[in-house]
Design a protein around this ligand. Structure first.
Ligand SMILES: [Zn+2]
Length: 416
């Protein structure tokens, strides 16, 4: 059954320019839109992708895909019609970084941090203890609740990491439960060295690269490592990524969160899809990201929740790096699943334009997951889209903290 969404105030498509509708019968208004709205199309950071939007638009969904986009006045008929009444429609958000397999919560730690105590990587161990003592059903129920929370707020694709089990069976069940909810599953056995290996961190790296990897690889797509002082150093991180790659997993890295360490350079060297956090970057790090396909994934909810300085998104975009925004939803350093919050922080605190920030939360996230079917609304894209209570994408930052998500479609089905 086809669905026509019409009277869209602003339709954000993120179509690469070369994919714009070539039909001359329809090209007039598109070209007119380009001329009138040139400032409205900005190059997607670091590549051919672009933030692109058109006013007075319509979109047709058929068989779970975007079948047509164009001026509302020329929209074809469909089985069903939705009147957007001037609201904006955007691609569903693509959250390329989240830790959702866990038990317990750390609200008291957050409160203590806001009262002046510093954030340390070792706080992860609190959640590890709670996760190990939870049942499979408790972990599954928590993940189901968080996935529903994300979807209601417009996240139609999310990545999910393990990393709070840190034993072979606890990591294996973490990736297995995650795989029930998303295809983008990341093995993060190298999140932190668990307490029982404190005196033997090398032994833990061997476990992560050996038996634990063997148990997790069948349910995972990605391998990740927290490369940071207090977690894993450069050589240990490199060993984890190499072992994961040998097992068929693709690399991504928690890099340069707390210090300007070796994580970003390592991510670029191994061809990681993404270097995540990027909160402390040298000029050489920025150059390395700009000269690579490794996406710089910024997680401003973490800076918000740890009261650390925000990374300079403007510096990355201006250098030519590809930037994504993700939530990093986790019970310790950022317990928020709100992509609109990330977009608003991207604009307000990281000096991205509203277009760049929305692009980073949609097309940027898709790049960080190496996905071409989501993050844009070009013809043929999966029909993952959101309608917001406002006439333009800018409302996501212009009206921070306001629940603006008025409709969510995933693979063509209206789900919220
Ligand atoms: Zn993380």
């Amino acid at each position: 059954m086809s669905v026509l969404i019409t009277n869209i105030g602003e339709l954000v498509t993120n179509q690469p320019e070369r994919d714009a509708d070539p039909d001359p019968g329809r090209a007039g208004p598109v070209a007119g839109r380009r001329a009138a709205d040139a400032a409205h199309e900005v190059p997607g950071p670091g590549g051919p992708g672009r933030f692109a939007a058109m006013a007075g638009a319509a979109l047709v969904i058929d068989e779970g895909r975007v079948a047509w986009t164009g001026p509302a006045s020329r929209a074809p008929a469909a089985d069903e019609m939705v009147d957007a009444d001037g609201r904006a429609v955007l691609p569903g958000f693509v959250d390329s970084h989240a830790h959702l397999v866990f038990a317990g919560e750390r609200g008291a730690e957050f409160a203590a941090r806001m009262a002046g105590q510093p954030y340390r990587a070792g706080g992860i161990r609190t959640t590890v203890a709670a996760t190990r003592s939870a049942t499979d059903d408790q972990l599954r129920a928590n993940l189901r609740r968080l996935a529903a929370e994300m979807l209601a707020q417009g996240i139609t694709t999310f990545e999910c990491k393990s990393g709070y089990g840190l034993t072979v069976p606890d990591e294996a069940r973490s990736v297995s439960i995650a795989a029930e909810f998303t295809p983008e599953v990341t093995y993060l056995g190298a999140h932190v060295v668990p307490p029982e290996f404190e005196a033997n961190p090398g032994g833990y790296v061997d476990l992560v690269c050996g038996e634990m990897l063997d148990a997790c690889a069948p349910d995972a797509q990605w391998v990740d490592v927290f490369c940071e002082r207090g977690a894993f150093g450069r050589d240990e991180a490199a060993a984890v990524l190499a072992a994961g790659q040998a097992a068929g997993l693709r690399p991504r890295v928690h890099a340069n969160q707390l210090t300007a360490g070796p994580g970003v350079q390592l991510a670029v060297e191994v061809g990681a899809a993404s270097a995540d956090h990027c909160s402390n970057l040298t000029d050489a790090d920025v150059d390395a990201l700009a000269g690579s396909d490794t996406v710089a994934t910024l997680l401003p909810g973490v800076e918000f929740s740890t009261r650390h300085p925000y990374p300079d998104g403007r510096r990355l975009v201006d250098a030519g790096a590809t930037v994504a925004l993700a939530t990093d939803c986790n019970p310790g350093s950022c317990f928020s699943s709100s992509m609109p919050l990330c977009i608003a922080l991207g604009v307000r605190e990281m000096h991205l334009t509203t277009q760049e920030s929305v692009w980073a939360a949609t097309a940027g996230g898709a790049r960080a997951l190496r996905r071409t079917d989501v993050g844009h609304l070009g013809t043929g894209a999966r029909a993952d889209l959101i309608m917001i209570d406002g006439p333009s994408h800018a409302y996501l930052a212009y009206r921070p903290g306001v629940p603006l998500i008025a409709g969510v479609w995933r693979a063509g089905e209206r789900v919220a």
